[in-house]
Design a protein around this ligand. Structure first.
Ligand code: BG6
Length: 494
C-alpha cells in the first residue's frame, strides 16, 4: 500500500539521525514504491545550504547507510527532486511563515492535498517552541492531516515528561503525536506478537504455570561515543530502560489484544506497565536493581578508556552505563515470575535477545538422578541476528540414556537475499499511513517513567551501590547474584 501524499518537514536535517537513518529509510520506501510521487521533503536546520548541497548530502547518506545501493542514477534523480532545503531559525516566527509558503508551493508542484508530517529530529527542549511556531506560522491550516513525529528522550522523569506533553498538547492532539521508540520498529520485536499469538505451541504455556523466568538482554559494545554530554545526564536506565527495555517487556507480557489494532494493542501494553511491581523503598531498589559503570579495559588487544575518561563526561561521574533489574508483572498471568532485564555499554557483544525459560519437567522415575534436565528455552533474537530458537532435550546419539539439549533454529537474517527493512523505514511508513501501533502512547510513557523514577530517586540518595566493570566484560558480578538468589542464571547470549 502506498502512503498518502504528504509534505515531510524534517527538522534537524543536517544531523546524524537524518544522515544515518532517515534519508536511507525514505529512499528504501521510495524504491519499494511505498511513497507515491506526491511527496516532498523539506530539510530544515539552521546552517545555510543550497538545494544542491542538500541533495549531495542525501546522496552521500544513502550510499553509505542505505540497505539499497544507489546504482540507478535515474531513480536517485527522480527521488531527490522531491527534496528542498531551507535554513530556519526555529525561534523566528517569520521563518515559519516563509516555510509555509515554501510548503504550499511544493504542495501545488507535487499535487499534495495538505497532509503534513513534522519530524522533529531535535533536542526535546525545542519540541514545545517548534510546535507553537508551527501553529502560529499557519502551518497547520491545511485541509489534510497533521502529524508530529518526535524522538526520545521524552522527558527526564515523569514531571518533565508531563510538562513536555502539556506543551505539545497545546498544539497537537494525542492521536496526532507519534513518539518513536525505534525498538518497536524492529522486525523481531514486532514478530513477538506473531510468535505468541499465532502458535498453539507457545500461547497455552505463556504464563506462571509453565514459565520460570524471562530474560531480556540488550548489550552494546560501543561506549558513549560522542554523546557523553547527553549520556552523562541520562544513564542506561533512562536511555534504554525507560523505553526500549520496558517496551520489549510489554510485548512479551501483554494479554492478547481484542483486535490487531493500534489502540487495542497499546491498551494491553499499558496494562502491563501499570502492573509492574514498584519497589517500595531504596532498600528494595538496591536488592532488585544493580547498576554499573565501565572502567578501562582491553577488547581484542585494543585498550578502551573508562567511562569517566570519555569526552564530555564528568571525571567523577556516577552515571550508570549498565543496569540489571528483577522486575515483576503483578497480574494473574505472571504472578511470581521474575523478568530479568539488563543493558550495558562496552559489553563483549552487541546483541538483543529475549530468553523465555520454561519450568523444568518434574523429576520423575524415568530420568531422576541420572542428570539434571536442562529447561526448555525459547530464544527470540532481535539483533544483529534475527530469528528464534528453541532448546529441547533429546537423546544423545549412540548412548543408552544420556540426554542433551539441542536447538531447533529459525534464522530469518541468514536467509539469502533477505534484506530486512530497517526500523525507521517501518516507522516512517506507519506514521505516513496514520498507524500508531508501534509508537508509544502518552499513558505508556507516563507509566514507564513512574517505574523508572522510583529507581532513579533511590539511586540519588547514595551512590555506594554503583559497581564498576572493565570495558569488554559482562558487567558487575552482582548482576549474576540477582539470578543466583532465585536459583537461575543468565543464559549466555549468542
Ligand atoms: C538509542 C540509545 O535509543 O538506542 C543509544 O540512545 C543506543 O544509547 C541505541 O546505542 C541502540 O540502538 P540499536 O538499534 O543500535 O540497538
Amino acid at each position: 500500500v502506498q502512503a498518502e501524499g504528504a509534505v515531510y518537514f524534517l527538522f534537524g536535517a543536517t544531523g546524524d539521525l537524518a544522515r544515518r537513518k532517515l534519508f536511507p529509510a525514505l529512499f528504501s520506501l521510495y524504491k519499494e514504491g511505498k511513497l507515491s510521487e506526491n511527496f516532498a521533503v523539506i530539510g530544515l536546520a539552521r546552517r545555510p545550504r543550497t538545494n544542491e548541497q542538500f541533495r549531495n548530502d542525501l546522496y552521500q547518506s544513502i550510499s553509505e547507510f542505505c540497505r539499497y545501493k544507489v546504482d540507478d542514477e535515474q531513480l536517485f534523480q527522480s527521488f531527490s527532486k522531491h527534496f528542498e532545503y531551507m535554513s530556519l531559525d526555529i525561534n523566528n516566527l517569520d521563518g515559519f511563515k516563509e516555510l509555509n509558503r515554501l510548503a504550499e508551493s511544493l504542495e501545488s508542484r507535487f499535487d499534495i492535498t495538505g497532509n503534513r508530517l513534522f519530524y522533529l529530529a531535535l533536542a526535546p527542549s525545542l519540541f514545545g517552541s517548534v510546535s507553537l511556531n508551527l501553529r502560529d506560522g499557519g502551518l497547520l491550516h491545511t485541509d489534510g492531516w497533521h502529524r508530529l513525529v518526535i524522538e526520545k528522550p521524552f522527558g527526564y522523569d515523569l514531571q518533565s515528561a508531563q510538562a513536555l506533553n502539556e506543551q505539545l498538547n497545546e498544539v497537537f492532539k494525542e492521536e496526532e503525536i507519534y513518539r518513536i521508540d525505534h525498538y518497536l520498529g524492529k522486525e523481531m520485536v514486532q514478530n513477538i506478537q506473531v510468535i505468541r499469538f499465532a502458535n498453539a505451541l507457545f500461547e497455552p504455556l505463556w504464563n506462571k504455570d509453565h514459565i520460570a523466568n524471562v530474560q531480556i538482554t540488550l548489550s552494546e559494545t560501543v561506549g558513549v561515543e560522542d554523546r557523553g554530554g547527553y549520556y552523562d545526564k541520562s544513564g542506561a536506565l533512562r536511555d534504554m530502560g525507560q523505553n526500549h527495555m520496558l517496551q520489549m517487556l510489554t510485548m512479551i507480557a501483554m494479554e492478547p489484544p481484542s483486535r490487531l489494532h493500534g489502540e487495542a494493542i497499546r491498551d494491553e501494553k499499558v496494562k502491563v506497565l501499570r502492573s509492574l511491581r514498584s519497589y517500595e523503598n531504596s532498600e528494595e531498589v538496591r536488592k532488585h536493581v544493580t547498576r554499573g559503570q565501565y572502567t578501562a579495559g582491553q577488547v581484542e588487544q585494543t585498550s578502551l578508556p573508562g567511562y569517566r575518561e570519555e569526552p564530555s563526561v564528568n571525571p567523577d561521574s556516577i552515571t550508570e552505563t549498565y543496569f540489571a533489574a528483577k522486575v515483576f508483572v503483578d497480574n494473574f498471568r505472571w504472578a511470581g515470575v521474575p523478568f530479568y532485564i539488563r543493558t550495558g555499554k562496552r559489553m563483549p557483544v552487541k546483541t538483543t535477545e529475549v530468553v523465555v525459560e520454561f519450568k523444568s519437567m518434574p523429576q520423575n522415575v524415568l530420568f531422576a538422578k541420572k542428570q539434571d534436565l536442562a529447561p526448555n528455552l525459547l530464544v527470540i533474537r532481535v539483533n544483529p541476528i534475527e530469528g528464534i530458537y528453541i532448546k529441547v532435550n533429546a537423546k544423545t546419539p549412540g548412548s543408552d540414556s544420556a540426554i542433551q539439549p539441542v536447538a531447533m533454529e529459525f534464522c530469518q537474517s541468514c536467509q539469502i537475499g533477505l534484506n530486512t527493512p530497517e526500523a525507521y523505514e517501518r516507522l516512517i511508513y506507519d506514521a505516513a499511513r496514520g498507524d500508531a501501533t508501534y509508537f508509544t502512547r502518552w499513558d505508556e510513557v507516563a507509566q514507564a517513567w513512574k517505574f523508572v523514577d522510583r529507581i532513579a530517586s533511590a539511586w540519588q540518595e547514595s551512590s555506594h551501590d554503583l559497581m564498576h566493570y572493565p570495558a569488554g566484560s559482562w558487567g558487575p558480578e552482582r548482576a549474576e547474584q540477582l539470578l543466583k538468589d532465585d536459583g537461575f542464571h543468565w543464559w549466555p547470549v549468542n
